[in-house]
Ligand binder design. Structure first.
Ligand code: ADP
Length: 395
């Protein structure tokens, strides 16, 4: 089977054409600057193709058309006709309380995704643009929505409820939802395949956006992001957990609207904010810290400290810990950050092997042989999960 996986943002759209059974990626790429001018970067690994094209993309529909055109292109493409694509899987960020699983897209599903816009105002409208463009251009292909929040729906109420007046939950569904669910689910499945069932697992998805999940026997028990992806550990540009009185102070004393304050907390904070606006990229922060930049040292220190605190909290929530996993950009590549996070966690039974931690590669154990907790680096693969769900539901 060949499944087209789409991840639509407000001005960008990522795609992968892949085999859900083998995980082989036939082609992948990115449409950028949708609504501005339009640029397509396309790769077909088996053909050694990498091209960048300037193509006008006033809306997501032109972006999808450009993707399909290049997929069937005799030189750069990987299929002879669009007929070879069996179905389309869409990443949708917020599924609210309606979706504990992926869903074949029909009018009722779309209505439910639209109803989640107030909960996910920054992401769901763009995800819907991608779905609607595909429905217009590929009306006969089954389309599936895969939600970032769905995996976390097994959390118990004590984990997902906020201690605010009851009516905001009953009337408005304000609660912890959690994100990166497709990545956390992929890791939980891999850990089960590698180590078996019934394990207490903490997964650290550390990328531009970062979240941790406490998982027992494959099911999510708690996660660090909340109603939105803003909370939890500090991130590239998001503040993470913080006394919300800070938001009130900034609004009052700098005469800013709620939306302006939210933009500061989402886009100008995190390690970017702590570094004095130098960078949100951990590679930049590490090289500046190595040259003595104190702000960057603090940003890295703060990040590792907060992740370590969550690991301690989740080990307590799970009543123990068997497996600790690092994934996503920083989790997979940031050996220094991994070491900093695990420092002092020996009391929990976490003991890294410093040499193994430095090695690069695919799935690998980085703990010492006598570590009570097995520590893994496992590259995440959200696209594969989306493709597999899509193949299953499209049958
Ligand atoms: P996104 O959340 O956008 O999917 P990624 O999971 O790709 O992000 O992670 C991106 C982050 O990974 C970058 O901001 C960078 O800080 C970090 N990263 C990538 N490579 C390295 C590396 N070799 N060392 C440390 N950090 C890295």
């Amino acid at each position: 089977m060949k499944i087209l996986v789409i991840n639509a943002g407000s001005s960008s759209l990522k795609y992968q054409l892949m085999d859900p059974d083998t995980g082989d990626v036939f082609a992948k790429g990115l449409c950028e600057r949708i609504g501005i001018d339009g640029r397509l970067t396309h790769k077909a690994p088996a053909k050694d193709v990498k091209v960048t094209l300037e193509i006008p993309m006033p809306t997501h529909a032109e972006a999808i058309t450009a993707v399909l055109d290049i997929l069937v292109d005799p030189v750069n493409g990987v299929v002879s006709s669009v007929d070879e694509i069996d179905a389309v899987g869409h990443r949708v960020v917020h599924g609210g309380m309606k979706f504990a699983e992926s869903c074949l897209i029909d009018e009722a599903c779309l209505e439910a995704v639209r109803a989640c816009i107030p909960l996910g105002p920054l992401h769901n409208p763009a995800n819907l643009l991608g779905i609607e463009a595909c429905q217009k251009i590929l009306p006969d292909k089954p389309q599936v929505a895969v939600f970032d929040t769905a995996y976390h729906m097994t959390m118990p109420p004590k984990a997902y409820r906020y201690a605010i007046p009851d009516e905001y939950y009953e009337k408005d569904s304000l609660r912890r939802y959690g994100f990166h669910g497709t990545s956390h689910r992929y890791i939980a499945k891999r850990v089960e395949a590698l180590m078996g069932k019934g394990l207490k697992l903490i997964n650290c998805h550390l990328g531009n956006g970062s979240s941790l999940a406490a998982i027992y026997d494959g099911k999510c028990q708690d996660t660090s992001m909340g109603l939105s992806p803003l909370c939890g550990v500090p991130m590239g540009t998001r503040c993470g957990d913080m006394d919300i009185t800070v938001a009130q102070f900034i609004a009052k004393n700098y005469n800013k609207s709620i939306d302006e304050v939210m933009t500061i907390l989402n886009k100008k904070s995190g390690v970017f904010g702590l570094s004095g606006g130098l960078s949100s990229d951990f590679r930049d922060l590490e090289s500046a810290a190595n040259e003595g930049n104190e702000k960057c040292k603090l940003a890295l220190d703060k990040f590792a400290y907060e992740v370590r605190k969550y690991i301690g909290a989740y080990a307590a929530a799970l009543g123990g810990l068997d497996v600790l996993v690092f994934t996503a950009g920083i989790g997979e590549n940031g050996a220094t950050t991994r070491a900093a996070i695990c420092e002092g966690l020996e009391f929990l039974g976490v003991k890294l092997d410093p040499e193994k931690n430095k090695l690069r590669g695919d799935e690998r154990i980085i703990s010492a042989p006598d570590s009570k907790v097995t520590v893994w680096v496992i590259p995440t693969n959200e696209e594969l999960m989306i493709a597999q769900d899509t193949a299953e539901l499209a049958k």
